[in-house]
Write a protein that binds this ligand. Sequence first.
Ligand SMILES: Cc1ncc(COP(=O)(O)O)c(C=O)c1O
Length: 426
Amino acid sequence: MTCDLQPTEDAAIEYDGEDPLASFRERFSVPDELYLDGNSLGPSSDAAAAALDRAVDQWRELGIRAWTEAEPPWFEYGERLGDRVAPHIGADPHEVVAANSTTVNIHTLIGTFLDSQDGPPGILVDELDFPTDHYAIRAQFRQRGYDPDEHLTVVESRDGRTIAEADVIAAMDENEVGIVFLPSVLYRSGQLLDIEQITEAAHERGILAGFDLAHSVGVVPHELSAVGVDFAVWCHYKYLNAGPGAIGGLYVNERHHGTEPALAGWWGHEKATQFDMETTFTAAADAGAWQIGTVNVFSAAPLFGALDILDEAGIDAVRDGSLDRTGYLMALVDEHLSETEYSVGTPRAGERRGGHVAVEHPEAERISQALRDRGVVVDFRRPNVIRVCPAPLYIGLADVFEAVGHLSEIVDTRAYEAYSDGDAVR
Ligand SMILES: Cc1ncc(COP(=O)(O)O)c(C=O)c1O
């Protein structure tokens, strides 16, 4: 549903009354009055908690037999969860597995493709990336005896908020770059990069294209296989609401199946012979090969329940609902806060933004603390960004209207002056 969303309270009430996602709200436990931080940690749902309870019951009732006798068997958790996530990212089930964490998955996939590439051992990233991506890539360079400063190409931002695809493409020098590794959505500004354009340009130059989808999985649909993306990683604790530290996810395009994983471990062994306990590694024939050690059952189980909710809502409806909410939020900032120092740092066009909005203000840190004390949970990112995430499964337009009212009041009454910089919860 996308109606003509005027920046008024009436428009919010009307929209919420007809919102096809409204009924999902009661299935989440949202402890604070206004929880606008699902881009950091999604809230718990009855479905996710029940899935975790089931796994605990299986442990109690079946003990070790749960590895093979639970439904689904714990032994297959990574693959079965991969099957379930695949349609939401436009991938074939055997190209996806739930495993490890995002950072570990960056290590193993970057290492894998550094080893398998005939081309130059150079990687192209951007300066606005989430830091763990750079840390892991640099470590993988060092482990191979490459100087990271020499082999990392960092695309700079023109405005401190966004990355121009044209600049990414201009930096794709096939004599220096073998892999492009970029986020789908920039964690601070919320810009959505054009995955298709970047992948096509990379492939034209014989360069591989990999993406960190942490800020898009569960809120922005992807077409990874159709676009031909080479590999991707993500977490499930943001828009998928699978719980703190939930198991991560990875995608490896089928044309790379059979490539030797950089961080091999017995959980990536061919399943049928894993328990033969041969000391030579026979990798699984699909993305399962990039699993490493025993699946963390209790950090994986809630994802089954979380996916039940996403399946029921549908990723396209979630995306539509998200665009409506972020669009309405930006319109409210324009309409009601234009006389203040607030501004929007997120690209306006729907196809250029993910699931959160960067509201900028010179006093962002103190304002975000004042918001929390009013039960409005957002997060602060240096130097001046308040990230506001109206996740459509549990936040309505009336909530967005209320949150903007708080933003306005905190500045009008100078309530933020009661706080100090450096104390913001991140
Ligand atoms: C883009 C991005 N990549 C990676 C991570 C974190 O990775 P991990 O799940 O390994 O802590 C985050 C966390 O917010 C992130 O935003």
